[in-house]
Design a protein around this ligand. Structure first.
Ligand code: GLN
Length: 428
């Protein structure tokens, strides 16, 4: 047992009745399997670390219910997902599984059959979603966590909970043993209290597929921590009319951009020409791709949000409207890749608002919910790697900044993320 594991387990026992980050805490997270196969990529990378796993990712002995009553009584016959095997191999203790929106559909965990996860910064507020349990666990218990991200589900709770979260480049982290939402957009990715610990988790789960080779992300984070960004061209996504970013979020974002410039980065402003189409395209593409999993669970107690996606998917499958969404996805991808040929990263707020009060994040406030996804869906549609990291607070609540990179350039996220983290340390 590591000291970190002891500390995490007592903090969870003390506070998780209130926060509801975990749906299952392992009786015996076991002694990690470290050192037995020295030489494999990832061995020992997470020695002593404690990792919480989102409950749409299979963990042997844990429920794997995906926030859905339809899977409440699923027999626990599954083994570990490949990413969980890699965690154990890297020396981590898998402490338990975390709450999420039903089938990862949502941005607040309020569609979970187990009820919402509360934000550790203010328990009246949402921790975000769909990986809200993972975000809250990182913020409250100083652990690492795995999430999944189809349109922002790692980055949005990371922003709301004041932690780091990354959607890795497509195809670099295995999704075997993870329940699909929309396979062409789904990513499994790391969440952590800071950029360096998140890099280690990312390397452990990507294994030999880490773009650039082993330890390249840790090396990028180390180089970033030294601070100099001379020669880095970044594209700041231009504020647009009607997008309703909260003023406090924009103020923190502007201060972070100034800090990047101060370190030598050149920041150019770009527009997202199809910004207005992003959410419609996202909903059409994901709802159609979600059909097989939702249809399989239909009739066994799906909640309203999952049922509404099922209905959208059935209505659009095979239509000209869906074909048009796919065509627009191609244009969105081309636009983003074009910007990323000129600039190394695109930067934006992660979410245009801070964590809303529970009950206001979801169905009760139709304007608030899509707003949570505005900045994040582009990376999934266009196949980019993306990070959210904390940059300060607005009204006492965390604000996140999003970095988006060309596929395969995950290291750039860690380089600039660590530089920004260092530049802002102590200033918030
Ligand atoms: N899994 C996700 O990334 C979810 C994204 C988005 N909030 C949605 O509701 O679909």
């Amino acid at each position: 047992m590591s000291a970190r594991l002891d500390r995490a387990r007592s903090a969870i026992a003390e506070r998780d009745g209130e926060l509801g980050a975990f749906v299952h805490v392992a009786d015996d997270p076991g002694d990690a399997d470290s050192g037995t196969d020295l030489g494999r990529v990832g061995d020992g990378l997470l020695a002593g670390e404690v990792v919480a796993v989102k409950d749409n990712i299979a963990v042997a002995g844990a429920p794997w219910a995906c926030g859905s009553a339809s899977r409440r009584d699923l027999p626990r016959t599954h083994g570990d997902a490949e990413v969980v095997t890699r965690l154990r191999r890297a020396g981590a203790h898998v402490v338990g599984t975390t709450n999420l929106d039903e089938f990862a559909m949502g941005a607040s965990t309020e569609s979970s059959a187990w009820g919402p996860t509360r934000n550790p910064w203010d328990p009246r507020r949402t921790a975000g979603g769909s990986s809200g349990g993972s975000g809250a666990a990182v913020a409250a218990y100083d652990v690492l966590a795995l999430g999944t991200d189809t349109g922002g589900s790692i980055r949005e709770p990371a922003a709301f909970c004041g932690v780091v979260g990354v959607a890795p480049s497509p195809g670099t982290v295995p999704t075997d043993g993870v329940v699909d939402f929309a396979p062409s957009l789904d990513r499994v990715g790391p969440m952590g209290p800071d950029v360096a610990r998140t890099a280690a988790l990312h390397e452990a789960i990507a294994g030999a597929s880490v773009p650039g080779g082993p330890r390249v992300l840790a090396a990028a984070a180390e180089a970033g921590a030294r601070g100099d960004l001379t020669g880095w061209r970044l594209a700041r996504v231009a504020p647009m009319s009607g997008e309703r970013n909260d003023p406090g979020v924009l103020a923190a974002f502007d201060a972070a951009v100034a800090a990047l410039e101060d370190r030598g980065a050149e920041v150019e402003e770009v527009t997202v020409p199809r910004f207005g189409d992003l959410l419609d395209v996202y909903l059409a593409v994901t709802s159609v791709e979600a059909l097989p999993v939702l249809a399989e669970h239909e009739g066994r107690g799906l909640g309203d949000e999952a049922l509404s996606r099922l209905e959208v998917g059935r209505r659009l499958a095979g239509t000209a409207e869906h074909a048009e969404a796919l065509r627009l996805r191609g244009l969105i991808t081309a636009d983003a890749r074009e910007v990323l040929e000129r600039c190394r990263l695109m930067i934006s707020p992660t979410v245009p608002l801070v964590a809303p009060l529970l009950g206001r994040a979801g169905m009760d406030d139709p304007l608030a919910r899509p707003r949570t996804d505005w900045w994040t869906v582009e990376a999934n549609l266009a196949g980019l790697a993306a990070m959210s990291l904390p940059i300060g607070r607005s009204d006492g609540l965390p604000v996140g900044l999003q970095l988006m990179a060309a596929p395969g350039d995950d290291a750039a996220l860690y380089r600039v993320g660590a530089a920004l983290e260092g530049a802002l340390a102590g200033s918030s």
